[in-house]
Each structure stands twice: as structure tokens, then as C-alpha cells.
Design a protein around this ligand. Structure first.
Ligand code: ADP
Ligand code: ADP
Length: 237
């Protein structure tokens, strides 16, 4: 059974208050993401990638079709079940989305506090995560004192805090220079290999897919126009 399974999913946004026509952001998409995959979703701006992420995270609900995570239909989950679903899905973002007023340490501790992790477990866990991303010496710094690559490493540590099975990376290297991008991608590869975390990588950059992903879906205008092993999809003439 796939870890994340989309069956004929469509998402249509209603017209805005000022009129216009409905927008079909996701159009009859079916996808299976297996546990342990690094699954790339690539497409131009407006292809529907972010909407897809928001549907998997249940931040938006489908217009039709179904999304199963671990075999459980996520549409219509109760609030408590949704919270549990989201604890199992870490997210990292293009603009990092760190709390500027919190130290690096407290950024990473945040999801553990939200999940009401016992205090004596939070300390060792945060220390372990900062060590994993190579930022133990920055624990007391604030995000503005860090480089872009360091910020994203904090983002990764924070996303992993509650030991999620799935990591959603939404344009997570698009704000970084090529060298830093490679460092962050290498770290994500370790997250997949050492912890077995399934990674879903949303990007418009071919390089990111080729460096990191094993499977890929190509999106265009809300549809998956091609999918399969990265090698097969991109080696065709
Ligand atoms: P991508 O992440 O690939 O750039 P998006 O998922 O952001 O694509 O957008 C896909 C389409 O859905 C675009 O036409 C966008 O304008 C539209 N869209 C996304 N979110 C909304 C929304 N909340 N309301 C209306 N239209 C939206
Ligand atoms: P609080 O009292 O706010 O619940 P803690 O007692 O967990 O928080 O931590 C107090 C402060 O010390 C926090 O601001 C945190 O940044 C810092 N801190 C706690 N443990 C560590 C640690 N192992 N390494 C670095 N800083 C830490």
C-alpha cells in the first residue's frame, strides 16, 4: 500500500468576489508515493504544485477524488485526527518561515512544545537535531544572524522534530545559491537514507529533481502529464 495515494483528485477554486471564472488548480490527478521514496513534483509556476502540497497536508480540501495517507482518507478528518496527520508531516519552505524572534534552539523546540512533549525530552531531542544538521554552535543565535543555507538547515531540524514519516519540501532551495543548494540537498538525502523519511520535493528546478529524487511527476496546468522513475522520465529523447 502506498504511503500517500491520490485518486482522481480535482481542486477547483471558486471565482473571486469580483467575478471571473473558477480555477481548476488540480485536474484529475492520481499518484502513488511509496514509503521511502524521494518523490519529485516538477512544473512551471501555476502548474498546481503548491495546491497539491496543501491538499496532502489537508490545509485545503479536495473538490472531488480522494487522498489516502497510510490508507486513511484524509478528507473529512476530525480536528484531533488532522493534528495527528500534520504531526506526521514535516514541511520546509522557500522562505524558511522561521520565527525571527526565537533563537535557533527555540525554533527547533517549537513543534515539540506544540505537541506537548515532556520538557525533559525536548532538550536532548533539540540538541540531537541541531547536531544532525551541523548547527549546535548556533543554538543561541537568531535566524537573522544565519546564512540562507543555515536557515534552511534550522528549517529541516524543526520539520524533523516530531519525527514525521513524510517531509514536504516546497521550493526549499529556490532562494539559495547553487553551492548551498547542493549542501541542503545532500542533507535531505541523509534524512531519507538515515531516517527513512519519505520526501516529497516540489520544485521548478530540474537540477533538484536529478540530484535528489528517485521518482518524479511532471505537472502542467493542474495535470500530471508524465510520471515514473527520474531516469526514465528525463532520458527520453
Ligand atoms: P504552483 O505551486 O505550481 O506555482 P499553485 O498551486 O500555486 O501552482 O497554483 C495553481 C493555480 O491555482 C494557479 O492558477 C493559481 O492562481 C490558482 N490558485 C492557487 N491557490 C488559489 C486560491 N486560494 N484561490 C484561487 N486560485 C488559486
Ligand atoms: P523555557 O524556560 O522558556 O520553557 P527552557 O528552560 O527549555 O525554556 O530553555 C530556556 C532557554 O535556554 C531557552 O531560551 C533556550 O533557547 C535555551 N536552551 C535551553 N536548552 C538549551 C540547549 N541545550 N542548548 C542551547 N540553548 C538552550
Amino acid at each position: 500500500m502506498a504511503l500517500v495515494s491520490l485518486r482522481d483528485v480535482t481542486k477547483t477554486f471558486p471565482p473571486s468576489q469580483r467575478g471571473g471564472t473558477p480555477v481548476t488548480a488540480i485536474d484529475r490527478v492520481s499518484l502513488d508515493i511509496e514509503a521511502g521514496d524521494v518523490y519529485g513534483i516538477i512544473g512551471y509556476s501555476g502548474a498546481g504544485k503548491s495546491t497539491l502540497v496543501r491538499l496532502i497536508n489537508a490545509l485545503e480540501s479536495v473538490s472531488s477524488g480522494s487522498i489516502l495517507v497510510d490508507g486513511v482518507e484524509i478528507n473529512g478528518l476530525r480536528e484531533s485526527e488532522l493534528r495527528r496527520l500534520r504531526l506526521g508531516i514535516g514541511m520546509i519552505f522557500q522562505q524558511f518561515n522561521l520565527f525571527n524572534s526565537k533563537t535557533v534552539w527555540n525554533n527547533v523546540a517549537y513543534p515539540l512544545r506544540v505537541a506537548r512533549t515532556p520538557k525533559h525530552e525536548i532538550g536532548p531531542r533539540v540538541d540531537e537535531l541541531l547536531s544532525f544538521v551541523g548547527l549546535s554552535d548556533k543554538a543561541k543565535n537568531y535566524p537573522e544572524q544565519l546564512s540562507g543555507g543555515q536557515k534552511q538547515r534550522v528549517g529541516i531540524a524543526r520539520a524533523l522534530a516530531t519525527s514525521p514519516r513524510i517531509l514536504l519540501a516546497d521550493e526549499s532551495t529556490s532562494a539559495l545559491d547553487p553551492e548551498t543548494t547542493q549542501e541542503v540537498l545532500a542533507l535531505l538525502k541523509r534524512v531519507n537514507e538515515e531516517f527513512g523519511v519519505t520526501i516529497i520535493v516540489i520544485t521548478h528546478e530540474m537540477d533538484v529533481i536529478q540530484t535528489l529524487a528517485t521518482k518524479v511527476a511532471v505537472m502542467d496546468a493542474g495535470r500530471v502529464v508524465e510520471h515514473g522513475d527520474v531516469f526514465d522520465v528525463f532520458s527520453r529523447p
